[in-house]
Design a protein around this ligand. Structure first.
Ligand SMILES: Nc1ncnc2c1ncn2[C@@H]1O[C@H](COP(=O)(O)OP(=O)(O)OP(=O)(O)O)[C@@H](O)[C@H]1O
Ligand SMILES: [Mg+2]
Length: 308
């Protein structure tokens, strides 16, 4: 077991995509063989990845965290709730119109088993893809019975049990519309990715108020369990300032791991891959593996409801 915490040889020295993109103790306990199976949670975790601000790394986090958790031996489904279907693409799952998808699942035409596709990247990894048909769903859902609870009802416990799923990660579109509300009602946890850039906290207050509303009226167990700092560029003062501010404000729910800004992370989906497939030794891949490890470490506390 080689400790690679100080090993940056995977990256080209001076590569602007990764150079210096490490924040203090950000990288925890990476080992070259860091994908050995970690304990699975006693209770399934359903996690919505939300932030109505666009382009903050929701989809990138959904697919790469899912791949990391799968590599750590967890069984994972990604629910693609964004009509753009970017998660489906990165997971190598077909999402052309007509493919069984979240759209048919939400309107009740098919069940979860019919909607789930295996990702070719990992036998522990599945995806319910989003097709362009989902674009109309927000309007169609308005007139449906129990419109906010469609996804919750579709996440059939029996099927999830049979598939032995440990994690359901839901990738939201950049809005607070009915699709995101469905994701918030279906989950117990929210993972909030925050981009280490100007205006990082823009809109976060509004999201938190919406979460409180959903909590009060539709889903009492919902809480923000995890914040992940994304696109961290260690060469800039700003990234450090944003990280400090977020940690001061949100405390322990912020993962110690930060995701570096890395060109390779942004290239991977173009090849229908996660960063773990595209460049397993890269800083980006190792950071998502670390985030996955931290998530599993927190699972025990979550199961007993002790998580802050
Ligand atoms: N760590 C990173 N380093 C470099 N580029 C990144 C990183 N994370 C995400 N990106 C890139 O930033 C862009 C936005 O990321 P992503 O699509 O994950 O955000 P999003 O929040 O899902 O966006 P949307 O709100 O449109 O759904 C993408 O082009 C992605 O490849
Ligand atoms: Mg997205």
């Amino acid at each position: 077991m080689t400790d690679t915490r100080t090993d940056v040889s995977h990256e080209t020295p001076g590569d602007p995509s990764t150079g210096g993109a490490r924040e203090g103790d950000a990288v925890v306990g990476i080992r070259a063989d860091g994908t050995e199976g970690l304990p699975r949670p006693a209770q399934r975790r359903i996690i919505t990845i939300a932030n109505q601000k666009g382009g903050v790394g929701k989809t990138t986090t959904a697919v790469n965290l899912a791949a990391a958790l799968a590599a750590h031996g967890q069984r994972v489904i990604v629910i693609d709730l964004d009509p753009q279907g970017n998660s489906s693409t990165a997971l190598g799952v077909d999402h052309r119109s007509g493919v069984p998808s979240t759209y048919e699942l939400l309107i009740g035409e098919i069940d979860l088993r019919e909607a789930v596709h295996a990702s070719p990247h990992d036998p522990n990894l599945y995806c319910v893809p989003a097709t362009i048909d989902l674009a109309g769903a927000e309007i169609e859902l308005v007139s449906m019975v129990a419109r906010e609870g469609r996804l919750r009802n579709a996440l059939d416990e029996t099927i999830l049990d049979e598939m032995e799923i440990d994690y359901v990660l839901i990738d939201c579109p950049p809005s607070l519309g009915l699709l995101t509300v469905n994701a918030l009602v279906a989950a117990r946890e929210v993972l909030l990715p925050i981009q280490c850039e100007y205006y990082a906290l823009e809109g976060v207050g509004q999201l938190l108020r919406n979460i409180e509303l959903v909590q009060a009226h539709l889903n009492r167990s919902l809480h923000v369990s995890t914040i992940l700092l994304t696109m961290y560029d260690g060469r800039t003062k700003l990234a450090g300032q944003v990280a400090d501010e977020v940690r001061k404000h949100f405390g322990d729910i912020v993962l110690r791991t930060v995701i570096p800004r890395s060109v390779k992370i942004s290239e991977a989906p173009g090849y229908g891959m996660t960063i773990l497939e595209y460049d397993p030794g890269s800083r980006g891949a190792l950071s998502y593996l670390d985030a996955g490890r931290e998530m599993t470490e927190r699972a025990a506390a979550m199961n007993t409801g002790q998580e802050q």
